[in-house]
Structures are given as C-alpha cells and as structure tokens.
Design a protein around this ligand. Structure first.
Ligand code: 5GP
Length: 240
C-alpha cells in the first residue's frame, strides 16, 4: 500500500516498494482561491489522469523528459520520485486571469511573444510572484536550472499550442512544475491538465478549463471530458 507522503489539493502521493518511484492518486476534488473554495467533483480524478497522461506521453515522444512512468489505473500513475522545485513557472499566450486583473487589461488579447512569470509555491504566503534573482537568493533554484526550466517551458508551449489548436482549443496559459532527480537533473513534474492551464474553445472562446469551476460557469467534469475526447481524436490514441 505504501505510505502517504503528500496530500495535495487534487492529488495524493504514495511511496512504493521502489524508493525512486511514487504512486500518484488523482482525486475527485477541485479547489480554487488557494484552497478557500473546495468541492468534491465526481469524475474529475479519472479525466485529469487521462488528460495528463496523454499530454506527458506526447511531450516525451517529442523529447521532453517528464516524471511519468506509467498510468496504472483510471485514477493512478507511477512517477519518478523527484525533489520538487517550489516554483510555479507560468507561460501566457493570451491575456487572462491574474495578468488581466493585475494590469487592468481585458482578457483575450494575444501576446506577440509569450509572457513568462514565476510564483513561489507557498500556501501560507499565497503563492507570491517572484523573480529569478529573488528565487536564487532564497536558494530554491540555480540560474542554470532556471534557464533549463524556461527552455523546457518554451518547448512545451511550442508543442502543445499547435496540438490544442488541432483539437479546436486555444492554449491561453499554463503553469508547469519541475523536479530534480537524485543526480540533479531537472525534469518536468506534476501534471498537465485543464486544472493548470487555460483552454478556450477556438470558435466560441468558451472556457474549457478550471475557470468553469473558479467562476461558477457550470459542471466541470463534462467540460474536461470534452477536452479529453478532442485530444484523443487528434492523437488517435486509446487510453487505459
Ligand atoms: P493566473 O496567474 O492567471 O491565476 O494563472 C495562470 C495559469 O497558471 C492558469 O492556467 C492557472 O490555471 C495556472 N496556475 C497558476 N497558479 C496555479 C496554482 O496554484 N495551481 C494550479 N493548478 N494552477 C495554477
């Protein structure tokens, strides 16, 4: 069964017989406003696991190293154990969310060059914005690691924006997390799902991501299932 080592807002991490491998359990739970809004959402765990597995496999096929080893059930994955770097690396293709509210601009303006932002992962401090020199001063990352993380983030954007476009979705923005292997090598960790990106329907510009929950726009699970169905159609791939 293993030992529960981390209980996050939407996932749990358990140890396995192999100390380099963890079991991730995707839960039927959604949170927003740094956990102040929290609900059980039936069916969310399996659909997020399916989407994230599909996306990570696609990225791996195109040369990006990730923590994913295997999807083992509807709600579970085995992943490589990494030391998580406590930074949220955000890439924005279109103004939305906090970019729009912070700078007083309307949502929907595309950027000619993607905007890159970082936040420190800290529930107590409400994930404050942080720059490279601050993160290095805190000792959470090195300059060389940051270069690698941004290079990977740019490649992820270049791979996924066209993929989602084929699925009739605009990749508005996304948040990545990275971790270190025991040899210090930095790889993509956590997940890629509509929980940590914004996707708008290309025709209607309707929200097809966690903003449906954050903004009380309707049921989340059918929206995520539609994203999954479109991706499966594009990738022509059967998921477990
Ligand atoms: P914003 O800064 O506009 O709130 O978020 C930008 C992008 O990063 C969105 O796609 C959002 O889902 C993602 N993001 C930012 N912070 C978090 C976070 O703490 N958790 C998750 N899951 N996603 C985040």
């Amino acid at each position: 069964m293993g030992e529960l080592i981390y209980a996050g807002k939407a996932k749990q991490m358990w140890t396995t017989d192999d100390d380099q491998v963890l079991r991730v359990v995707y839960m039927d739970q959604a949170t927003a406003l740094n956990g102040k809004k929290k609900d059980q959402i039936k069916g969310k765990g399996p659909v997020n696991n399916a989407i994230s597995t599909l996306i990570f496999r696609y990225l791996m096929k195109h040369g990006i190293e990730t923590c994913l080893l295997e999807k083992t059930s509807a709600t579970e994955q085995l992943v490589r154990r990494v030391q998580i770097i406590p930074l949220e690396m955000i890439t924005r293709n279109v103004a939305a969310g906090h970019f729009a509210t912070r700078f007083g601009v309307e949502e929907g303006k595309p950027f000619s060059t993607p905007v890159e932002e970082m936040c420190l992962k800290s529930d107590e401090l409400d994930d404050p914005a942080i720059n490279a020199s601050q993160a290095e001063a805190l000792g959470v990352v090195t300059a060389a690691e940051l270069d690698q993380m941004w290079a990977i983030s740019r490649k992820v954007d270049q791979l996924l924006a066209p993929l989602f476009k084929q699925a009739g979705l605009e990749l508005i923005d996304f948040k990545l997390e990275f971790g270190r292997l025991p040899n210090g090598h930095v790889i993509l960790a956590d997940e890629f799902s509509p929980d940590n990106c914004r996707l708008w329907d290309a025709k209607t510009r309707h929200h097809m991501d966690k903003d449906v929950y954050r903004r009380d726009l309707g049921d989340l699970t059918p929206v995520y299932e539609e994203v999954l169905a479109r991706l499966q159609q594009v990738l022509g791939q059967e998921e477990k």
